[in-house]
Design a protein around this ligand. Sequence first.
Ligand code: ADQ
Length: 743
Amino acid sequence: MGKLIIVSNRLPFKIDIDKDNNPELTPSVGGLATGMRSIYKDYESLWFGWPGFGEENISDEVKKKTEESLEKERCRPVYIEEKDIDLYYSGFSNKTLWPLFHYFMEYTVYEDSYWEAYRRVNMKFAAEISKVLEPGDRIWVHDYHLLLLPKLIRDEVPDVSIGFFLHIPFPSYELFRLLPWRKEILEGILGADLIGFHTYDYERHFLSSARRLLGLDIQMNRIKLRSRIAKTDSFPMGIDYDKFYNASLKSSKKPEEERSEIKKEIDDYFSHHPDSKIILSIDRLDYSKGIPNRLIAFDHFLSKYPEYHHKVTLIMLAVPSRSNVEQYQMMKDEIDRLVGIINGRYGSITWIPVRYFYRSLPFENLVELYSSADIALVTPVRDGMNLVAKEYLATRVNGSGVLIISEMAGAAKELNEAIWINPNDKDEIAGAIKQAIEMHGDEQLERNLPMQKRIKRYDIKRWASDFIKSLEKMVASQKDYLSKKINPQITEDITNKYKQSGKRVFFVDFSGTLVNLEGNIRKGKSTDELLSLISEISSNEKTDIVLLAGMEKEKLAELFPSGDYTLIAEHGLWIKEPGEDWEITTDEQLSNYWKEIVVPMVHTYTDRTPASVLIEKDNSVSWHYRDSDPDLVVSRAAELKDELSSLVANMNLEVLEGNKMLEIKNTSFNKGRAAARYLQKHNYDFILAIGDDYIDEYLFHELPDETITIKVGLSKTFAEYNLESFEEACNFLNELVKADENI
Ligand code: ADQ
């Protein structure tokens, strides 16, 4: 098995250079580093990330020593120039993507120089990673700083396995579409085989944007790309449950003299205020975390329920973060102001309602705070996951405590026994605080135990290993899809058979197989080249061509007027051989009475689905929705199919789902039957059929076993082979035709 390459903006170590120019590596305590460490040992791993400084800021000696130390930890630095760090990290990552993806449109900056630097840095990562890539390697790219990286790597090494995980929300299409570089970003992410999100909501937002902005064909969570399938899935990130649980257990058993200063202070507080409750909030100081909302709601609580004055204290810990970004500075001022107002308004000599700390704390202190707090108040206005809520629960060794969580945090989805609040509803938050203070111990246990069980089971290690297993599975199924792809060897084999044959026929579907479905064939844009290819094939007296299409016979004859080859129209109902008139292919009596019922029914869908059209043919009705809202048509088409299903059984009809269309037709004809009927009259020792649509599967099924069947586009098929696109199909046919010239 190959290497596992992990890529994140930062390496999982803080690097300090001491006075003797020696690097000191301190492992990061974050969840990601812990999770990755757990799978590191199962693979030969390598981690790429920014070391925290640029190459230009260190001497060659320091650089060499740093790289040697990092290499021992299987880490490779990606140096970023200082000017780019500012534009790429503080700029595009934190002033464009972060606010937009957290629904802070008003903070989002669209700045070309940020974007250019973002691209440059992503390219730098790609270049560094490409140097070490070997067949069989897997790459796991993390987060919003590196959205372009999956595609950049794929462009370099097309068959490498790439997973991508987004740690922040993916916003709804309505927000995402505002980004000037939205297509490049989507294409960048889609370079991955597996794209992971914390929740299903983020996943469906991503799929919706991919469908609407790139017009991609998406079935369930599989996205059909030109030469591969990408899959999305949700993997709610967990924490190192045992680490928090065991640390809390250890802290509760510590003798008094060994307790930390913080713990002593808390214990002292409780000894003087035995009936008092501690509410705890811990966050990075970020506008997405809803800290001002929380303070306003706490103020409201104190004003609405004065009976709790002196009986409750909010301990609020905020870790300094991105303090060079203006909005963060403004928010810090706002928080300072609000804390001042609350403490000034309600505080007394013996009671400070809000105890606010603006600093980072060592792990042990964090655990002491978690385990001492009666209530955790987690109120983000938008949060990808929120690990603090899970960490609080993990430290509650005796199952007590109350978690109040914003429904806007990804974690809320898994923590539905907690008290949910809307972070914008101060009255609801005040009520939740009251409910939490008054909650009976039994109820606390009843709520916490199932949550603890859940987050213990799906911890950070399970999260990481699940993602990797899923990536491996995806790569295996990718191989299944690609196993039918025509490669040079297969082309050669088919060409040899073709050359050795005496008489050949090509059954060729038209739209989607030889021309792009979006290409406007009516305006004659793409027909010239195509007509010359078809004439070339049919001018060879050993080769016949049968063109098949869903369109009406008159339209097809107008597009292909030459009369030198056979045409099959209306999905197999009509056939016209060279020099002959159109003939119906079925002996069954066709009646059209059903159209009186079906056409008005389809019309009600056309009317309610902008940009969809109904086409009524002699013996079939089709509903085309290529240009309609892709999300809307998924449900509309399913609804119509469902409505038709009870009718069709009694009327000898069938509903076929084609490429962005539904076709309702009589069951007594199809392309396969028409082709089989044609073959009864002619003899060939080389038969080839090529089509792109679900409807062409009839063709692949009905033709003799020795037929060479080719499906254009990647999807499950009865055909023996796959080609990626209509361009490849045309090239393939061209090559066969040329083979004759070389005999
Ligand atoms: P963050 O926005 O950083 O992460 P969060 O998930 O809450 O948010 O993680 C914060 C981490 O920092 C926690 O592990 C916590 O223990 C630690 N921490 C907080 N305050 C601290 C303090 N004062 N001292 C020391 N440590 C402190 C991003 C996304 C989240 C997503 C994570 C993981 O924004 O939504 O959950 O990534 O994917």
